[in-house]
Design a protein. Structure first.
Length: 60
């Protein structure tokens, strides 16, 4: 359980970096993403999850 919470904490830290460092760029990116077709966003999410899973398996 500790590892899961640690991973979640790291996700929150990484997710918060861009809005903290470059808020206007982050807002523009979110605005542009909202214009995309939901299927394209879903494909991007799946690709991101698969890349993370592969990286996790390589590191372990």
């Amino acid at each position: 359980m500790t590892e899961l919470l640690t991973a979640f904490a790291l996700v929150l830290i990484i997710e918060g970096l861009l809005p903290f460092v470059a808020p206007s760029f982050w807002q523009k990116t979110i605005r542009d993403l909202s214009k995309l077709d939901p299927k394209a966003v879903r494909v991007g999410g799946v690709v991101s999850m698969l890349a993370g899973a592969i990286l996790l398996n390589v590191l372990r």
